[in-house]
Write a protein that binds this ligand. Structure first.
Ligand code: ADP
Ligand code: MG
Length: 737
């Protein structure tokens, strides 16, 4: 019944799929299982096989789980008179006449126009690309069946480059019996090929032994979900009358069944990663915390309750002997650095080393400055390592890290390079983790040296450093628990007292003068300001050039104000002295590229201007704005924009004006851009999902967690198979040891 589909190929030629012969299928059924190679299928030669493998399609199961991302309705022929703008539809008509026209611009582009009618109405088919044969075949009187997106042309309804096929006057051509699935294609793997393959695999699915169903837990049985076979049949070939918009929203029962299964596989894969990590050896940090409490006492402020709570969780982890893998989320300005410092003290007090790594030199340098301020009075040694530390100096630092001398090591990506050998690294802190890949943070953690390995020189188990991972993208808890299911998770959900929310205004760049006088007024009152230049230019040197130009202009316009300029191209020492000058108040207005996005902390700065704010994403805007609002003064942020604004840009700026909450902003960002973009698939264990969407499907997550626990208990032998089905080999990348 499913075999009679007429499938149109891409482009404008007509393609009909040859129905599979029943006897071929019967022989397939007898011999194939879900793990068999696709070379058994009809139409798969060595070349095609290679291309399919590249797409990640290796066996029959892979094809069954390569799901359509949308559907087209080619089950009914719509009368031309009933076609509506914006509709994708199947219709038939006879060519009344044809003509050649030219595009308005330049007049050299030829178009072939077919005027088609069916007695209920008429429509124009417009072709920019066509050949002689087409022109000769498509003449008045020819009957066509077409499919495409209908739109309003200059005078009437029209379709640009529809799929079409010529109808044989004497024979009835059947329409499709199911909705037409649309799969993601790549070069050499056409829609038609994917439909033919899925067709064959769905036929195979009717045999009982082909595909094991792993969802047999109690919880799942209670839910009355679709069976796996029914779900796959429905999703690949929804029947006539299926609700396309419900399918588009991922709400149909067949989809929910598969979404649930995918989320479960995803969750389990991260759980397994976590279990694997726990098999590694980590130093048990057993100090008495004297130094730690002394340090807390010496701080000019009280820790917030949230900081205390998170610190307690970290101390407990560090004392356990199992590698800590803790993610600390906290909005910008919530005070993550102090929490990191406390963890470092625990390591040092236990006679071990701690390393803290930040994604930019500027941020890492600030940590270095802070840590020296905090730790040197306590008699601890803090060292600095970045790519810019070179030659003799570098050799010296590396030596200090390797022998007993350096206790706390602060730096950038340099910290996990091959050449860096630690004497007794027990704690690896990654700040602003979204800027690092999982690999990179694991590379640092794998540099651990426990006291046991140091004595025995070799260990029974690989050593792993305790990991503290800090991030300022505060996503909702249930999402975090899914995206970061391999990590423990704490939130600093409280800002230090006395913070005043930043008032944000959105101003078109034409009103630049107003902004300049605002800066003059603020500086006259002893306040300081940032001017952030945002350029989308690919090249960093162009960005820096633009910032230089802006700084020049501002110097000319604001003669009484001391203007400084900072960007990524400067040498470390230059950046360091600029930041110091700004902190000391010797610079009043700091012009910067987005290098100041993360971490920069100068409490007296209370005004921020962001140029071309419409170009930036929400999380970047939030990070930037987080540089002000850190002191006692009430702070302001001016988002300057260039018209016209896109709808999305309008929405982003409106959100920024409305709220200061990182949680609210992250939620909106997830909605606008999707979790893959916001969290970065590279940074989390989150792989590219096939059908689930952790924001849309958040409502399933509690059940998924429960089912995962049940499955690990009731059918652990099936866990890996389920992971392979959905996550495949993508999971391998963070294995340790
Ligand atoms: P983030 O979480 O964005 O990394 P930081 O660690 O840079 O935040 O802290 C922001 C500012 O708040 C710093 O100046 C820091 O010294 C200060 N701070 C941290 N904790 C507290 C606290 N409990 N009370 C007052 N100020 C604090
Ligand atoms: Mg920070």
């Amino acid at each position: 019944m499913l075999l009679k589909n007429i499938l149109f190929g891409g482009g404008s030629a007509s393609v009909f799929s040859a129905p599979l012969r029943q006897n071929t299928i019967k022989t397939l059924i007898k011999t194939l299982s879900h793990s068999d190679s696709l070379s058994h299928l009809k139409g798969v030669g060595p070349k095609v096989l290679e291309r399919l493998n590249k797409l990640g399609l290796n066996c029959i199961q892979d094809v069954l789980f390569y799901l359509p991302y949308r559907y087209e309705d080619r089950t009914q022929i719509v009368p031309i008179g009933a076609l509506r703008q914006g509709q994708s539809a199947l219709f038939e008509g006879t060519i009344d006449y044809t003509n050649i026209a030219f595009t308005k611009k330049g007049r050299h582009r030829r178009m072939l126009l077919l005027h088609l009618s069916d007695g209920t109405g008429s429509i124009i088919l417009r072709f920019f690309y066509f050949n002689k044969q087409q022109q000769q075949a498509l003449v008045a009187g020819v009957k066509l069946r077409c499919f495409g997106d209908v739109r309003f042309g200059a005078a009437s309804l029209e379709i640009v480059h529809p799929e079409y096929s010529q109808l044989n006057q004497s024979k009835v051509t059947p329409v499709e019996e199911v909705l037409t699935p649309v799969y993601h294609t790549t070069e050499g793997v056409s829609q038609l090929l994917l439909r033919r393959l899925s067709e064959q695999c769905l036929q195979l699915l009717n045999s009982e032994t082909l595909l094991p169903d792993y969802l047999s837990t109690k919880l799942f049985k209670q839910k009355e979900y679709y069976s796996l076979e029914d779900a796959l049949h429905y999703v690949h070939r929804p029947p006539v009358g299926a609700n396309i918009s419900q399918l588009a929203e991922g709400r149909h029962g067949s989809q929910v069944r598969l979404i649930f299964e995918e989320l479960l596989a995803q969750h389990l894969s991260l759980q397994i990663l976590r279990l694997n990590n726990q098999k590694n050896m980590a130093e048990k940090l057993k100090s008495e915390n004297h130094l730690l409490y002394k340090f807390i006492q010496s701080l000019p402020f009280e820790l917030t309750r949230a900081q205390h709570r998170v610190n307690q969780s970290i101390l407990k982890d560090l004392e356990s002997g199992i590698p800590m893998m803790r993610l600390v989320q906290g909005d910008v300005g919530s005070g993550k650095t102090v929490v990191a410092a406390l963890a470092c003290l625990k390591a040092v007090e236990s006679n071990m080393q701690a390393a803290i790594m930040a994604p930019t030199e500027i941020l890492a340098e600030q940590h270095y400055a802070n840590f020296r301020n905090w730790f040197e009075p306590l008699g601890l040694s803090v060292v600095w390592l970045s790519g810019q530390v070179k030659g003799k100096k570098r050799a010296q630092v590396l030596q200090r890290i390797k022998n007993d001398d350096a206790q706390i090591i602060v730096g950038t990506h340099a910290l996990f390079q091959e050449e860096v050998e630690y004497n007794r690294l027990a704690l690896a802190i990654t700040d602003e983790q979204h800027r690092f890949g999982v690999q990179q943070r694991m590379a640092l953690a794998k540099k651990a040296v426990t006291s046991k390995n140091r004595i025995k020189k070799q260990a029974d188990r690989p050593a792993l450093a305790h990991q503290l991972i800090m991030t300022a993208t505060p996503i909702p808890r249930s999402l975090a628990m899914t995206a970061y299911a391999d990590l423990d998770y704490s939130v600093i959900d409280e800002l230090p007292p006395g913070r005043k929310p930043v008032t944000t205004v959105v101003i078109p760049e034409q009103r630049r003068d107003e902004i300049l006088s605002r800066i003059e007024k603020a500086c006259a009152q002893g306040k300081q300001a940032y001017w952030v230049c945002t350029l989308v230019e690919e090249s960093e040197s162009l960005q820096c050039q633009a910032a230089e130009d802006t700084a020049q202009k501002l110097k000319q316009l604001l003669v009484d104000i001391k203007v400084g300029l900072i960007h990524g191209r400067l040498k470390s020492v230059e950046k360091e002295s600029l930041m110091a000058a700004f902190k000391a108040g010797d610079i009043q207005l700091l012009v910067a590229t987005t290098v100041i996005e993360v971490g920069v902390d100068v409490p007296n700065a209370s005004l921020m201007i962001i140029e071309n704010a419409e170009r930036l994403g929400l999380s970047q805007l939030h990070q930037l704005r987080g540089r002000v609002g850190r002191g006692k003064e009430s702070s302001h942020c001016v988002l300057m924009f260039k018209s016209p604004l896109s709808d999305h840009a309008k929405e982003r700026l409106a959100i920024m004006r409305k709220t200061n909450s990182g949680f609210e902003i992250a939620r909106k960002d997830l909605q606008l851009r999707g979790p893959g973009e916001v969290l970065g698939t590279r940074q989390t264990g989150l792989v590219q999902l096939k059908i689930a969407d952790i924001v849309r499907d958040e409502y399933l997550l509690d059940d998924v967690k429960l089912a995962a626990r049940q499955m690990l208990e009731e059918s652990p032998e099936e866990v890996q198979a389920l992971i392979n089905r959905w996550v495949g080999s993508a999971q391998q990348y963070v294995k340790v040891g």
